[in-house]
Write a protein that binds this ligand. Sequence first.
Ligand SMILES: Cc1cc2nc3c(=O)[nH]c(=O)nc-3n(C[C@H](O)[C@H](O)[C@H](O)COP(=O)(O)O)c2cc1C
Length: 308
Amino acid sequence: MNDFKLPGRIGLAPMAGITDYPFRKICLELGAEFAFTEMISAKSILMNLKINRRYLPKPEEKNKVIIQLFGSDPFEIAEAAKIVEELGLWVDLNAGCPVTKVVKRGAGSGLLRDMEHFRKVIRALRGAVKRCSVKTRLGWDKDEFERIYSILVEEGVDVIFVHGRTAKQMYAGRAKWKIYNPGVVPLYISGDVYTWDDVKIAIEQSGATGVIVARGAIGNPWIFVRGKSPTTEERLAVVKRHLDYLYEEYGNYGAVIFRKFVAGYTRNLPYAREIREKVMKVKTVDELKREFEFYFYFLNTENLRTAF
Ligand SMILES: Cc1cc2nc3c(=O)[nH]c(=O)nc-3n(C[C@H](O)[C@H](O)[C@H](O)COP(=O)(O)O)c2cc1C
């Protein structure tokens, strides 16, 4: 019987290249109740690659961050999970990534092509750790979620995360929120959650325990503030804090990483295109901070036209 407490109803979904320590920290500070690491290869854990130190949770976020592993070999998944499980909330298996490089090796959503093998991987993971979850899609090329759900429950998975699309769909169409959910284990829904209203509707339609937000949080961590839009001052403060965290983690390379977030942080703002173009060339974190201070200052005084 599980005795662990679920971390809440709304979390930051795993995103390779996005949900690093600085961004997780921002989202957790603003109200995300839990977060995921980026997906980490089970094989790379077994090889004890140095790079994994960057991916794994830091000690202070241990109780809020789920470690996501990917791989296709039951033994590798189980052994890697044993090594990392104490470093985070628990270990999650990626059974949803549709990227060719991952699927080709039978990992990610590639696991959904062979349900018997999928079951073996889950069984090995389950047997290796105290608690675990699986993040999956509705199926490989059709909605087979009922079958997937049964396998996960039979094998004793503690929590299920599901992106309401098939692997073949990639990101096309709308994510389904009305999905099979008999309520045997906590289920969290993922896909197309961009606003606080989406959070509420997705939970209502699915009967899920909660949601995890991915693209809707990039440059918009305020989605975790329950629908409250940030003021210009708040927006600038978070941008600067994010940049500080990036600098602490990566030095000035943080300025390059921040480029992935610029579109989000400036979405729907006046002169967004101009500021984006300008900051994409900036190479230091200090310079970036100055550019954003300047931009938000003029945004506030409504004198932006003179600034560009
Ligand atoms: C850039 C990017 C990277 C992602 N990386 C992962 C990953 O490492 N592991 C995973 O399970 N899902 C990954 N996903 C899928 C998301 O967690 C999520 O399920 C999907 O994007 C649908 O949610 P959304 O509409 O809120 O973006 C990624 C998505 C994006 C956009």
